[in-house]
Design a protein around this ligand. Structure first.
Ligand code: NAD
Length: 498
């Protein structure tokens, strides 16, 4: 029997009013969970609950230390459920349990604890440049009701990045799960409910796809802020819709990360990193390494090294703790990836490993594909695949490497591989992306913020900059002088600025 997951509105678990969707275990093809397809009525109920909690409740007015305590309680409960939630994510979207444990659930717990601290650090500013009788200051206030729309590839951690920051800021929230992973995100919200630390309406959960659920949420006049993680196409549609009422938007969208590999790179380390970066959980990460831009002199060694390592990757049952690569999360993602591999071959790429599977669609497991001699202007070189596909280019001069790396509409991140610190810094400055690793990949800390440029998005997540996305500023000016300054100015013969 599939798990039955429900919406969470105003502190209660509620059924939808009719249609349901099913998530499927991609390793077995079995139905995993059934969830409501929330329509306009459910969306309106969730928005009304969040509005009441924000407008009439006390969450936003509580001391930072009280909001911090609630977040810490949630972190503790989530931590105690690490094993079961890691396994649930593995079953629902095929990401290996070992990866879920460390990077999803333990990562989410750590973020909640960071945000608990952040709730006590919401600082305003008072200018010291005025006359001493005038106090001119800026105060941070929570932005209001925040809709948090998340994708399927990190269904707990990506929700926490938004939820923790929004709650620290004092917002009321509506999380919308992905239609691929409703049960995994519901497990997080169950911890919210069970920890008993949040007033009804401060956290709500809606299930359903973009149409009708996401669209109704984005279009709701009761939503002040939309924080979205997902594809660029959806991000653009959301921004267009939100612009009708000037709702605040932040977007974490797609990526196409290059790794520029210079001849003096520590190759063993580099090859390990780019292989993990490209193929860990089947490349279904926005910051996966998707392009190798390799100096001509080491091109063949790099390709051979990545191929050899790819053959040794631990592929298999996502519930096996020794596995690093599971199946693609869904039939849709599998088909899209195979289509891109076909396109890459038609564009002139040659598979050093992988290629179109012999029996496409027999299972959702996809062998890693490394395509060499991919044309720089081809679609596989420039567009996000979101699967285990690595395109390789060669370069001669540093400036050619940069031109190749920057030849994509995305600007999420990239990496530079060299022992020469001057070259590393020079290249990093000229890479037109928002997040750069030097001689490493996949290091992230909640203390530093993250976000994209160009088609990779708008706004920041994590760090204090991530919390500021849920704040709005109020300027407050107090004049302690005994008379009104404009009258004094007008009645005097003084010129200049009053
Ligand atoms: P998607 O855009 O299809 O869906 C993301 C979410 O948006 C889902 O919850 C979906 O139901 C909802 N949605 C779809 N249409 C909507 C609409 N019109 N209005 C409101 N909501 C709508 O993306 P996906 O396939 O779930 O996720 C994969 C994408 O996410 C990749 O492009 C990946 O790069 C990106 N991603 C980015 C980051 C980042 O931090 N930059 C992190 C993870 C994933």
């Amino acid at each position: 029997m599939p798990l039955r997951v429900r919406n969470y509105i105003d502190g209660r678990w509620v059924d939808g009013s009719g249609r349901t969707l099913e998530s499927v275990n991609p390793a077995t093809g079995e139905a995993l969970a059934s969830a409501p397809v929330s329509g306009p009525d459910e969306v309106a109920a969730a928005v009304a609950a969040a509005r009441r909690a924000f407008d009439q409740g006390d969450w936003r007015w509580r001391k930072g230390s009280d909001r911090a305590r609630a977040l810490l309680k949630l972190a503790d409960l989530l931590e105690s459920r690490t094993d079961e939630i890691s396994a649930l994510i593995a079953r629902e979207m095929g990401k290996p349990v070992r990866v879920n444990r460390a990077r999803e659930v333990e990562g989410a717990v750590d973020k909640l604890r960071y945000y608990a601290g952040a709730a006590r650090m919401l600082e305003g500013r008072v200018t010291g440049s005025t006359l001493p009788e005038i106090w001119d200051m800026e105060l941070p206030e929570p932005v209001g009701v925040a809709a948090l729309i998340i994708p399927w590839n990190d269904p707990v951690d990506l929700a926490v990045r938004k939820l923790g920051a929004a709650l620290a800021a004092g917002c009321a929230t509506i999380v919308k799960s992905s239609e691929i992973t409703p049960a995994s995100t519901a497990a997080l919200i169950e911890a919210v409910h069970d920890c008993g630390a949040f007033p009804p309406g401060v956290v709500n959960l809606l299930h359903g796809p973009g149409d009708p659920t996401g669209d109704a949420l984005v279009g709701s006049a009761g939503v002040d802020k939309i924080s979205f993680t997902g594809s660029t196409a959806t991000g653009i549609a959301i921004m267009r819709r939100a612009s009708e009422r000037l709702a605040k938007v932040s977007l974490e969208c797609g990526g196409k990360l290059p790794a520029i590999i210079f001849p003096d790179a520590d190759l063993e380390r580099c090859l390990d990193a780019v292989t993990f970066g490209a193929f860990m959980y089947a490349g279904q990460s926005c910051t996966a390494c998707t392009r190798l831009i390799v100096h001509r002199s080491i091109h063949d060694r790099v390709v051979e090294g990545v191929v050899a390592r790819s053959r040794k990757l631990a592929v298999g049952d996502p519930l096996d703790p020794k596995v690093l690569v599971g199946p693609m999360a869904s039939r849709k993602q599998y088909d899209k990836t195979v289509q891109y591999i076909r396109m890459g071959l038609e564009e002139g790429g040659r598979p050093a490993i992988g290629g179109v599977p012999k029996e496409p669609g027999r299972s959702l497991y996809l062998e890693p594909t490394v395509l060499v001699d991919v044309p720089a202007d081809g679609r596989v070189a420039r567009e996000e695949v979101f699967g285990p596909v690595l395109a390789v280019h060669r370069f001669e001069e540093e400036r050619d490497a940069l031109a190749l790396a920057n030849n994509t509409p995305y600007g999420l991140g990239g990496s530079v591989w060299t022992q020469d610190i001057s070259r590393a810094l020079r290249t990093a400055r000229r890479l037109d992306v928002a997040d750069i690793w030097v001689n490493t990949h996949y290091i992230r800390h909640v203390e530093t913020s993250f976000g994209g440029r160009h088609l990779s998005g708008i706004g920041r997540e994590l760090g204090m900059a991530g919390v500021e996305e849920y704040l709005t500023w109020k300027r407050l000016c107090i004049d302690t002088r005994s008379s009104f300054h404009l009258k004094d100015w007008f009645e005097s013969d003084r010129g200049g600025q009053p």
